[in-house]
Design a protein around this ligand. Sequence first.
Ligand SMILES: *Cc1c(COP(=O)(O)O)cnc(C)c1O
Length: 417
Amino acid sequence: MSSQLALLCGTAAVEQDGSHFTWPPITERTKAALLQQLDQGVSIYDRSGVIERLEDELCEYHGVSRAVLTSSGTAALYSMYAARGIGPGDQVIVPAYTFFATVTPLLHLGAVPVLADCDETGNLDPKQITQCITPRTKAVVVTHMWGLPADMASLKAIAEERGLMLLEDGSHAHGASIDGQKVGTFGQAAAFSMNGPKPLSAGEGGFVLTDDDETYYRILLHGQYNKRCRNELPEDHEFYRYAVTGMGLKHRIHALAARIALDQLRDLDTYLEGRANVANYLCEQLSELPGIAVPQLPLDVRSSWYGLILRYCPDELDGLSIERFYEALHAEGCREVDRPGSTCPLNLLPLFQDPAPLMPAYGSKLAYAPGDFPVAEAVHHHTLKLPVWHREEDLPLVDSYIEAFRKVTSNYQELQG
Ligand SMILES: *Cc1c(COP(=O)(O)O)cnc(C)c1O
């Protein structure tokens, strides 16, 4: 192998053509299931067929009593917040570092998101919560970033002590757990995305989990009007008379999307095991290189490995900029090395700096600015993300990525100046 960096006209370390990572895995079994679903129906209005099967299996997988499928993770979050009674003027503590859809549904309920900084892992820092609490604080929302469970013991203790709801966005972390307890089961409710690349994928879709029947009924009223509400709300429920219209929004999942997710769920634990093996291998190899820090997982924590988050440490490479390092890796053929863009500290996004032109009701209630969340901004700036492959047949590709990192870190001086 040539040691000349590809960015400086050498030969690339990664030679494989085509796509380096695709998700979700579509097998012959997936295709057969979809064909069968086409015969069974593509539009399901009630909790029957594939909708019932998938909701039941999600309940069983997580050990909760209620699951509602939705058209997206955003819709799941929206329904969850509405069902938990979050409304105008309520303050909700949210991670400053998350995908923005964790927070944007709150803006449609008139609630005020209060951003809190993360710790070095990228997850909401429990130590930042207390100072955000006011008499109007109603809930704390936590995202398990890139699949790594947040510090739920601390967050739960604070929420309980201060009488706040604890809600989870599990969109990165299907199947992740702490001491065997799955993400999505720590608070009063949890929302998940099943969008394309998410660990459990429907292509497009989402779901909410809860053990609370009242929350369940209100989720149905929010976005699953008419048949589901008429069939499932008890006739003596105070809102049964609204069953036909509910709150008038429609967040139903497509039956074909549900069928894809049902097929994926069957293999989720196998995929996660495969990912854990590849992630361990990558961490072992990359941790030896200067300039790269790998995540340290507590022993009782299982990640979904939605992404492997590497922290770039320029100090170990004479201050070489991450931009130049990233450029060199891409030149080596590491197409899948990513610097996440839209998933960023929310204070860097115009919607959280100056929402009024789009959402006049917000006036000046949100006026975040760059510099407000130093830890999140540093974590974000230094993040290099890798997908985590799950199959043994991907190991040669994984090895070539490791080789590319080795090549760039050992020849970094050539990139300077
Ligand atoms: C993907 C994602 C969402 C939104 O889900 P969609 O299905 O795309 O609507 C929300 N929160 C997080 C953390 C996500 O990653």
